[in-house]
Ligand binder design. Structure first.
Ligand SMILES: [Zn+2]
Length: 574
């Protein structure tokens, strides 16, 4: 039985390969849904940017879409194309905040069938997003989209992106970066946002209401089977609606519990950003820091060195000698520069320090308050920087007046960000955020993850470890690698790269007899090749094939006449 429900889930992104045949992968097709002259069809001339050679705004948008589609296509193996119906159109925004875009599966399915070795549903009475359902069925379970009104099917995923971004009143001055190389500077990296939104479409999406806890037709989905509330010890599929509603706002205690994600967590979420003062003992210790959306990533063991206050001119660019708003005048080469927040942007300060040879930068706040991050973008900045509180900055400055200070800017491996009880935290803010709550990783993760609710400036375009947990999650909800697309997961496939030619070919002779796949994942062609490889001589090969053919006839897989044709071909091999 096929059930389908049309979904109206707006996923809010607030402020927010491999050669074919080596891996079969899948094709992800972008369907241009814009009318003439707008969106993907906007004919405004533009210059090539970051590997995107389109010559109109519309072309560049489409090329960026196809780049993200191809990355997913090279990552996931699916027997059918995944179609994304996409438009660029005006979406909600203010001068300081904008909906960048949204995407999700258009239909969800449960209790669908499967063909061949395809495994079918993860569990009975459990919702699967359309692309995942197709993957596990081995065919599109609903080629006419359920309502029978659109034939052939229009798309599996619907994507909308904001055409107004950067214009006055819509995140004013911050545009889409349409390059493919991630060097987005202060603009929004469209490819990264697309990878995020398409990730939702592939199944990074929970379907119960986060405001009421109510499930669609009171059935679970493949995602909520893995949502664990560490406070109650219950999974979402075990909860009442009221319990799910409460769990959705249990900030910091709701995790994704899946074998693939759990195994990947220690290699991806490796530590908490930190400043370690190593000497003198009077102020030695671990200091909390905010991170930057630009520059080098924090690491273990980090960057170590002597801390020096960077001094510049007090001028129109910045009124103090400690704000690093102008070129640095003293020697900070090979050292960690300490600068003050204020007047100019963080990227200006860090760039000036980098130009002077600093190996890392500590930005001390100029106002009391908790640690906070540093926004902005500049692809030419390669050194790491962190932000500390006003109080901690004053502590270091006081010590510098008395003598040298040494420090390390990096990650504290003893404390991991983004986990609770060893498992990856999901986004469950105290105030529920429909479209974002539970269907994202928590914002505390470091390094920043593709599927956090806010797109961070330091994202790579990777969807897999060691950078990212997205792909392990998709595997946990039911995707699996299947290089030869025979429906048997590579891990369980005796012939993971089968010869799946349509007919049986022996010694270069096409017998015209249909090839077939056995339950172990090997085809008849694979088996003939194995017999050839194992035979001592021609006679051994011919008798091995005869043995195989006898069993195929006995099973009813081939007829006696087909057996004769194959046997004849085998006899003619040299
Ligand atoms: Zn999202």
């Amino acid at each position: 039985m096929i059930r389908s429900a049309s979904l109206k889930i707006a996923l809010i992104a607030a402020a927010v390969l491999v050669a074919p045949n080596a891996r079969a992968a899948t094709s992800v097709v972008i369907i241009n849904g814009n009318a003439a002259g707008v969106g993907f069809n906007d004919t405004t001339p533009v210059a090539p940017v970051g590997g995107n050679a389109g010559t109109t705004l519309g072309q560049q948008r489409l090329i960026a879409f196809q780049e993200a589609a191809n990355r997913w296509g090279a990552t996931l193996d699916s027997p059918e194309p995944i179609r994304i119906f996409a438009t660029f159109e005006p979406l909600a925004c203010t001068a300081t905040q904008a909906v960048l875009g949204s995407a999700g599966a258009r239909f969800i399915y449960s209790d669908f069938g499967s063909i061949g070795l395809y495994p079918g549903p993860v569990a009975a009475a459990t919702w699967h997003g359309g692309p995942l359902a197709t993957k596990r069925a081995g065919f599109d379970p609903d080629p006419t989209e359920g309502d029978g009104t659109s034939t052939p099917k229009v798309a599996d995923i619907r994507a909308r992106f904001n055409s107004e971004l950067g214009k006055p009143g819509c995140l004013t001055g911050i545009f889409w970066y349409l390059g493919l190389d991630g060097r987005h500077g202060n603009d929004n990296d469209l490819v990264a946002v697309l990878l995020h939104e398409f990730g939702h479409g592939m199944g990074f999406q929970q379907f119960a209401s986060v405001t009421t806890g109510q499930r669609i037709e009171e059935m679970n989905d493949v995602y909520n089977l893995h949502i664990l509330d560490n406070t109650t010890g219950k999974y979402w599929f075990q909860m009442t609606d009221a319990e799910r509603k409460a769990s959705a706002i249990n900030n910091g205690h709701v995790v994704f519990d899946g074998a693939n994600v759990n195994a990947a967590v220690p290699g991806v979420l490796v530590g908490t950003p930190a400043l370690f003062i190593t000497s003198p003992p009077a102020i030695a210790g671990t200091y909390a820091v905010g991170t930057a959306s630009f520059g080098g990533r924090l690491t273990i063991p980090g960057i170590s060195g002597v801390v020096v206050r960077a001094l510049d001119d007090a001028n129109a660019a910045g009124p103090s000698t400690g704000d690093a708003c102008s070129p640095i005048l003293n020697d900070v080469a090979g050292k960690i520069a300490l600068v003050d927040r204020g007047t100019c942007g963080f990227v200006v300060k860090v760039k000036n320090a980098q130009n002077a040879g600093a190996t890392a930068v500590i930005v001390a706040d100029n106002a009391a308050g908790p640690v906070a991050g540093m926004g902005g973008g500049d692809a030419t900045i390669t050194i790491a920087s962190v932000r500390i509180t006003l109080a901690d900055g004053n502590t270091i400055k006081a010590q510098l007046a008395a003598g040298p200070v040494t420090a390390t800017v990096g990650l504290n491996g003893a404390v991991t960000a983004g986990i609770d009880n060893h498992k990856a935290l999901l986004y469950t803010p105290a105030a529920v955020s429909p479209g974002s709550t539970i269907s994202h990783w928590d914002v505390s993760a470091y390094p920043n993850q593709l599927m956090e609710p806010f797109i961070n400036g330091d994202l790579t375009h990777s969807v897999r470890p060691p950078e990212d947990l997205t792909l392990p999650l998709l595997y946990d909800i039911g995707w699996f690698p299947d290089a030869d697309l025979d429906g048997a997961a590579d891990a369980d496939d005796a012939c993971p790269t089968s010869n799946r030619a349509g007919s049986i070919v022996v010694g270069g002779i096409n017998t015209g007899v249909p090839n077939a796949t056995f339950t172990n994942g090997c085809t008849i062609n694979d088996t003939v090749a194995q017999i050839f490889a194992g035979a001592k001589n021609h006679g051994g090969f011919v008798s091995g094939v005869a043995h195989l053919l006898d069993s195929l006839v006995a099973q009813g897989t081939i007829t006696d006449a087909e057996k004769d044709r194959i046997q004849s071909a085998a006899a003619h091999t040299k």
